[in-house]
Design a binder for this molecule. Sequence first.
Ligand code: ADP
Length: 547
Amino acid sequence: QFPFGRRLPCDIYWHGVSFHDNNIFSGQVNKFPGMMETVRKITLSRAMRTMQDLFPLEYNFYPRSWILPEELPLFVAEVRMMKDSNPSWKPTFIVKPDGGCQGDGIYLIKDPSDIRLTGSIQSRPAVVQEYICKPLLVDKLKFDIRLYVLLKSLEPLEIYIAKDGLSRFCTEPYQEPTLKNLHQVFMHLTNYSLNIHSGNFIHSDSVNTGSKRTFSSILCRLSSRGADVKKLWSDIISLVIKTIIALTPELKVYYQSDIPAGKPGPTCFQILGFDILLMKNLKPILLEVNANPSMRIEHEQELSPGVYENVPSPVDEEVKVAVIRDTLRLVDPQKKKKKDTHLIFPHLHGVLIFFPPSYHVMYNIGKKIQAEQDQFIIPYISLNFSNTSPSVEVSEELPDTAPGPEAALPSLCLKQVFPKYAKQFSYLRLVDRVAALFIRFLGVKGTTKLGPTGFRTFIRNCKLSNSNFSMAAVDILYIDITRRWNSMGIEHKESGMCLQAFVEAFFCLAQRKYKSRPLHDQVASLIELCECRLAALHGKRLVWGCG
Ligand code: ADP
């Protein structure tokens, strides 16, 4: 809506595809720059691999994956090695073209030699992944979960998860993969867009039947069978947080390139679709992340051959309307203003306040909120007796908890999980700190790649070269790694070292410097050293500046 005409700035911009749909200079945009690129199958696999190298146990919710064609020899060799060490292992693999969606071009194989190495794999790279053979079945059918996640802010990181999601069902009873059933997509792939073409597809007219149901209906069923649903939710929350932690370094590089720090510009938020598979033992597995999850709340119905009409889909409506509504509530600029105007007096021990009868008074006792409303609503005063030193909040505006227009809305379906659980996960944010170093040395605003001079300056300022590691060796490291990454053909637009290449170089330096320690330890130590030396240098510069 443009109530004051298209030319005036808006508070919120809702783009259909990407950040770049329009040139935006203020307000909030519902897309992050670079999100689509960051969650593509190959980029996501690379980011997850980096995290798996650092924290193998924490990131074992992502199937082992290889990137084709460049890692084909590695894939063949690793599978052979694993088969040799465990002859009873009879794996299946799933090949997924990069940038594909809705099951497009996906197929299953039993052996690396079955990869269809047609010309297309050169022009359309893919990810090959271990296939999860023992999924949890409901009504003998495989299903996956689509969960909606709101990335409300990147810096500081704020993540919300929708309390309900969708469960999308296959339409043929599941059997573990054999050479005979590998090609049966209605048995192995849960995509709605594929299964809708099966004769067995049932459009759901309630939330707990048919081929698309709410996730909460599945949880109810599991809970009635005695499953530990609380633990399952907590595992899902940690999967989501860890995945976003893996994506943030790359997103930050795109962000600073499109919205340079210190300049006025928009802020971003984004609804992401997480596709998750549950294993028989209820362990959640990440399949993929969608930057543009479908928000349709209707489905097509064929009235007569070739004649379609859109009819409401109650299951989609139940889940998706709440996600959009609550996203708008959370990014509401008025709400932010309200928060900023709250005054807090934390050390009052007793308060006696006389209220003119027309004032609106909030008694906030612990979590229980009661309100007495009158037609005059300013100012708001809230007494908080929840701890030993009661506090009073005075605000010129409607407090969050006041029964304003929001009171008519249901409680939030989006639950904040970060920073709420930040403490548990902060040790995983190592690559984020490597990305901060990378961004610091990028130099020219708007770039995403580090030139050789920037890399040299990084080495010099962090004092990482010495008699064993000369500046000539630094240049060789830069050239070797950069050339390899640029030859992978991901992006030729800019020359120089991309973030992943820098991360690889950084890991190399860390391994060199702190031999025979676990990788995450080596990397953490090098980050600390660099941060420390840069802080000292910055301090010195400030002193010189003053002098
Ligand atoms: P697309 O973007 O084309 O939908 P996905 O990665 O979501 O690609 O895969 C499509 C479907 O294939 C998933 O919905 C799921 O049913 C199945 N699938 C994908 N990866 C695996 C896996 N590693 N193990 C088992 N099933 C998988």
